[in-house]
Design a protein around this ligand. Structure first.
Ligand code: ZN
Length: 97
C-alpha cells in the first residue's frame, strides 16, 4: 500500500518543468518476460496539467522511447554474442587441456 501512497504524493507534486499541478492520467499493468519467467509491472503515467508543457514532454518522451528501444536491441544483440563467445571460450579451454 505504501507504493500507492508514494505514487499519489508524486503526482500531487508540482511539475518540475513549469511548476503546474500534475495528475495521474492512467495506470496499467504489463506482464514482462524475464529470463526466469515473467513478472507483472505496474505503470502509471503522470502528466502535467499544463498542456503546452505536457506536449513538449511527450515529444521528448517519444525520442527517449526510440533511444531506449534501440539500446535494448543492442543489449540483446550483445547478450547473444556473449553467449556465443562463452561457448567458444569453453571449447578453447578444453583444447588447451
Ligand atoms: Zn509542466
Amino acid at each position: 500500500m505504501s507504493k500507492a501512497t508514494s505514487k499519489n504524493s508524486y503526482a500531487s507534486k508540482a511539475c518540475d518543468r513549469c511548476g503546474s499541478k500534475r495528475r495521474i492520467s492512467k495506470t496499467w499493468k504489463e506482464t514482462v518476460a524475464t529470463l526466469t519467467g515473467s513478472t507483472v509491472i505496474e505503470y502509471s503515467q503522470i502528466i502535467c496539467t499544463n498542456t503546452v508543457c505536457q506536449a513538449a514532454f511527450e515529444v521528448n518522451l517519444a525520442k527517449e522511447t526510440k533511444k531506449r528501444q534501440s539500446l535494448q536491441k543492442e543489449k540483446e544483440k550483445r547478450y547473444e554474442e556473449s553467449k556465443k563467445n562463452a561457448l567458444k571460450r569453453k571449447k578453447t579451454l578444453k583444447k588447451k587441456k
